[in-house]
Design a protein around this ligand. Structure first.
Ligand code: ATP
Length: 377
C-alpha cells in the first residue's frame, strides 16, 4: 500500500449501495458490532424515508423541508473490531449520540442491520436487550447518574447488585475496581464529597464492575476541566492497554478523538464522512470538510515516518541510526536533529526508507515532496 493512499480505498463508505457490495472490510479481525445501512429518522412516517429513493439523497435541510423528518443517522455502515477504541466524532447535531444509542437500541433504529457478536440485535426481545445493556455493552454517560446517598463502593457495586450478586462478593469486586480506577481511600465517601473527575471515575468503575465486553462512552469527559479531562483520557487509554477491552467513545473534541482512538468515524449530518486511523484522517482527509476539520492538528504528533520517508539510495541501507516505521514524525525530527543527517527506517530488519530534514519538514509544512507516497510501507 502506498503511504499517501492509506485509507482512501479502505474507508467504509457511509452511503454504501443497497446490495451491500461495498460493505466495510474487517481485515479478518474479530467483529463485535456490525452495522449495515443503519437509519434513524425522527418525524412523521419516518419508516418510509429509507425506502424512498426520491428523498434519500436530499440534504438534511431539504429532507426536513420536504418531509418534516430529521435523519439523525443516514445509511451508515461500519464494524467495531474486538479490542479497539472506536471513536465517533462530529459537531453537535451530527448524529453521534443517536448512532451509539442505536447500538443497544436505547434508540430504536428505523431500518438497517445491526449485530453484536453475530447476533441480530434488532431481533432481540426485552430480556435479551436488558442483558445486552447490563452485561455486554455498558454505557458511561456524561452525567454519571450516581446514587447520592450511597458510598463510592456501593455505587460501583450497583450493577452487580442488580445482577443479584451477594453483598460480600459485590464489595470485594467493587473494591478491586475502585483501586483500578485510582479511587483507593475514597471508598466510603458519598458522590457529593467528590470532585467532578472523581465522580466520573466512579461512573467508569461502575460500568467496569459488570465486566462488559464493550464500554460505550457518551461524551464522558466534556464537563470536566481540561487537566482532569486529560487525566481521564489517559485513564481510558491505560485501561484499554491493560485490558484490551472494546470501547466505543463519542466526542466532539478532535484532540480527544486523536488521543484515545484506534479508529475514528467522523460524522456529518448523520453520515460517516470518513472512517480511519488518526493518521489516515489527518494525513489523508477524505474531503474538504475533513481537511478543514483537521487543519490545526499538529501533524508531527499524529503522523508517522511512513508518510515522510523517501526511497533508500545506494549505500544508505546499512549505516546510520535507525527508527521503526511507526515512529511519530516529532520523534523522528529529534532523532534527525541529534544525528545531524539522515535516519534509516527499519521494519523487520529491512531498511524500507530514509528520513532526513527535508522530507520531515515537507510533511510538517504539508508539502508533498517527490518522495511522498512512493515508498511501499
Ligand atoms: N427525539 C428526537 N426527535 C427529533 N429529532 C431528534 C431527536 N433526537 C435527536 N434529534 C436530532 O437528530 C440529530 C442528531 O442528534 P444527536 O443528538 O444524535 O447529535 P449529536 O452529534 O450527538 O449532538 P451533540 O454533540 O449535541 O450531543 C439532531 O439534528 C437532533 O436535533
Amino acid at each position: 500500500m502506498a503511504t499517501t493512499s492509506a485509507g482512501a480505498s479502505e474507508i467504509p463508505n457511509a452511503r454504501t449501495p443497497k446490495d451491500g457490495s461495498a460493505a466495510p472490510e474487517s481485515d479478518g479481525r474479530e467483529v463485535v458490532f456490525s452495522v449495515r445501512h443503519l437509519w434513524k429518522v425522527f418525524g412523521p412516517k419516518a419508516d418510509r424515508i429509507p425506502e424512498d429513493s426520491s428523498v434519500t439523497d436530499l440534504s438534511a435541510q431539504e429532507l426536513r423541508e420536504k418531509t418534516g423528518c430529521v435523519a439523525a443517522v443516514r445509511d451508515v455502515s461500519f464494524d467495531v473490531h474486538k479490542g479497539e477504541v472506536f471513536v465517533v466524532m462530529g459537531l453537535s447535531g451530527s448524529g453521534k449520540s443517536t448512532l451509539v444509542r442505536c447500538l443497544t437500541r436505547l434508540i430504536e433504529p428505523t431500518s438497517g442491520e445491526l449485530e453484536m457478536d453475530g447476533e441480530d440485535v434488532r431481533a432481540m426481545d426485552r430480556t435479551a436487550l436488558r442483558e445486552l445493556r447490563r452485561r455486554r455493552a455498558a454505557m458511561v454517560f456524561q452525567h454519571f447518574g450516581l446514587l447520592p446517598h450511597r458510598s463510592v463502593v456501593d455505587n460501583v457495586g450497583y450493577g452487580l447488585e442488580i445482577q443479584g450478586v451477594g453483598k460480600t462478593e459485590r464489595r470485594k469486586k467493587a473494591g478491586e475496581i475502585v483501586d483500578k480506577v485510582g479511587l483507593a481511600g475514597l471508598e466510603k465517601r458519598r458522590p457529593g464529597q467528590l470532585s467532578g473527575g472523581q465522580q466520573q471515575r466512579v461512573g467508569l468503575a461502575r460500568a467496569l464492575a459488570v465486566d462488559p465486553e464493550v464500554l460505550l462512552f457518551d461524551e464522558p469527559f466534556s464537563a470536566l476541566d481540561p487537566l482532569i479531562r486529560r487525566d481521564m483520557q489517559e485513564e481510558v487509554v491505560r485501561l484499554h492497554r491493560e485490558e484490551g477491552r472494546t470501547m466505543v467513545f463519542i466526542t466532539h473534541d478532535l484532540a480527544e478523538a486523536l488521543r484515545v482512538g484506534d479508529r475514528i468515524a467522523l460524522m456529518r449530518d448523520g453520515q460517516i464522512v470518513q472512517l480511519g486511523t488518526p493518521e489516515e484522517i489527518v494525513g489523508s482527509p477524505a474531503d474538504d470538510y475533513v481537511r478543514d476539520f483537521v487543519r490545526d492538528v499538529p501533524r508531527e504528533q499524529v503522523l508517522t515516518v511512513r508518510r515522510a520517508m523517501r526511497p533508500v539510495e545506494d549505500g544508505e541501507a546499512d549505516q546510520g541510526p535507525a527508527l521503526g516505521p511507526d515512529t511519530l514524525i516529532s520523534d523522528a525530527i529529534e532523532a534527525v536533529a541529534r544525528s545531524g543527517g539522515a535516519v534509516r527506517i527499519v521494519d523487520d530488519g529491512r531498511c524500507v526508507g530514509i528520513v532526513d530534514h527535508a522530507c520531515l519538514l515537507n510533511v510538517v509544512a504539508r508539502v508533498d515532496g517527490p518522495q511522498h507516497g512512493e515508498v511501499a510501507a
